[in-house]
Design a protein around this ligand. Structure first.
Ligand SMILES: *Cc1c(COP(=O)(O)O)cnc(C)c1O
Length: 426
């Protein structure tokens, strides 16, 4: 299948888009046309990898990966994304945190890595995946490319901008992963990465690639857990399932909107942000105003200028059945506590924004089934969550295994030249 740029000046195959990231006209790739699936297309399929394979097969038909779709999905998606019914019988938690680094970003990053490693000629020079992160993206990408022949990973994170556990996770992979603790902000990290990509001399010596969230190779696989949850709900006799989605750059929510466009039984979709309210303001006014990001306790959603909005505006902004809400830090804190009291379940601060949306719907007498999308495990945000609930959060096994590894990050000055020197040194 082909994809086109949101800016109209580029068209290529899905595989070319995976390798390129950003479109050649500076836009973002979106599918050229929308297939239609029916639940019958998924008959007998329940595992995440099997549902992903059904969804991805037409996108990769007639490509060098056409015969590899099953193997890619089985290798990348070897964990479940359970839809857990809570004790009121109509609120559900879609747990996307059972992958190796405890956040939904494992899904997209691992499928993208499995695709790119199969597309890489065996005799090509090593490619360095360069990523700036405020937390979850960096560990998901590092984990996905860890020990893959032909790839190196360089992760930049703000030394004082991540939780102690996140810092450990970002720094414990070793082997082909180099972790840099930058003495600056996330914005500094991003500026350094941007400067590296703009430095032709550096790239001649050290071939670079990105795996950031604008890659369509991360968005398409994310459709699989929405399809799986919607199908599971329908098979239990439920109507179209509604989703409340903690959102920052909008990649996760866009996957839900796309899979609904493909014909899956998805109902309403709520795009819920923290105090960074560019998206709710856009929906309220029709006007998009990007702005500097505000630091919040749901820091993986601290995005002032959500780049995937460009994809939403290319056909879906008036799709109907979309809601938005911005949730401030105090409300996040009280929702984490209230949710624990009501449902005996600990949420991460990001997930609590979506829980707040659903609580407001219940207060407005909405009786429908809503799935709160749990984007990360609360144990990753221990410094926020544990003081709120007054006890420790047990660390689940895949995460605990990484946290037992020794961690070593290299300190790096927040300067483009310092990064170039470190990359050249290998
Ligand atoms: C990245 C992230 C988000 C935001 O996802 P987007 O696709 O950028 O909207 C929400 N929650 C957590 C835990 C994340 O890591």
């Amino acid at each position: 299948m082909h994809v086109i740029s949101t800016r109209g000046g580029d068209r290529c195959t899905v595989v070319e888009a995976l390798q390129r990231g950003l479109a050649r006209d500076g836009g973002l790739y979106v599918p050229e046309h929308w297939l239609r699936f029916t639940p019958a297309d998924f008959a007998g399929q329940d595992a995440l990898c099997d549902i992903a394979a059904v969804l991805l097969r037409p996108f990769l038909a007639d490509s060098p990966l056409a015969g590899e779709v099953d193997a890619i999905c089985r290798e990348a998606l070897d964990f479940d994304t359970p839809l857990v019914a809570l004790n009121d019988g109509r609120t559900h938690l879609l747990e996307l945190f059972h992958g190796p680094t405890g956040a939904f970003k494992d899904v997209g990053a691992r499928v993208l890595a499995a695709c790119l490693s199969r597309l890489r000629p065996a005799d090509a020079a090593d490619l360095t995946v360069l990523v700036a992160t405020s937390g979850d993206t960096g560990s998901a990408v590092a984990g996905a490319f860890h020990r893959r022949p032909g790839f190196k990973v360089a992760v930049l994170f703000p030394e004082h901008g991540v939780s102690p556990r996140q810092k450990h996770l970002l720094s414990c992979f070793g082997d082909n992963v180099a972790s840099f603790a930058v003495d600056g902000t996330f914005d500094d990290c991003q500026a350094m990465v941007k400067a590296a990509f703009a430095n032709a001399e550096l790239q001649a010596a050290v071939p670079l690639t990105s795996a950031n969230s604008i890659s369509i190779g991360r968005l398409l696989p994310q459709m699989a857990y929405y399809a799986q949850a919607a199908l599971r709900h329908a098979r239990r006799g439920g109507a179209a399932l509604n989703f409340a989605i903690p959102s920052g750059n909008l990649g996760n929510a866009l996957a839900a909107i796309w899979v609904r466009a493909l014909g899956l039984p998805v109902g309403d979709i709520a795009i819920v942000t923290n105090a960074n309210r560019a998206l709710p303001d856009f929906f309220a006014s029709g006007e998009y105003r990007p702005r500097p990001s505000i630091a919040t306790i749901a820091n993986a959603m601290d995005v002032g200028a959500p780049s995937n909005l460009e994809r939403l505006r290319a056909g879906f902004a008036d799709a109907g059945g979309l809601h938005t809400l911005a949730v401030d830090d105090d409300t996040i804190r009280s929702r984490v506590r209230a949710f624990l009291a009501e449902f005996d379940t600990v949420l991460c601060p990001h997930t609590a924004t979506a829980a707040e949306f659903v609580a407001q719907r219940r207060a407005a007498a909405d009786p429908r089934d809503w799935a709160i999308v749990a984007t990360a495990h609360p144990a990753k945000f221990e410094t926020v969550v544990e003081p709120l609930i007054g006890r420790g959060v047990p660390v689940p096994e895949p995460l605990a295994r990484w946290l037992r590894q020794p961690a070593q990050a290299r300190p790096l000055r927040a300067q483009a030249e310092a990064l170039a020197t470190a990359l050249r040194a290998g």
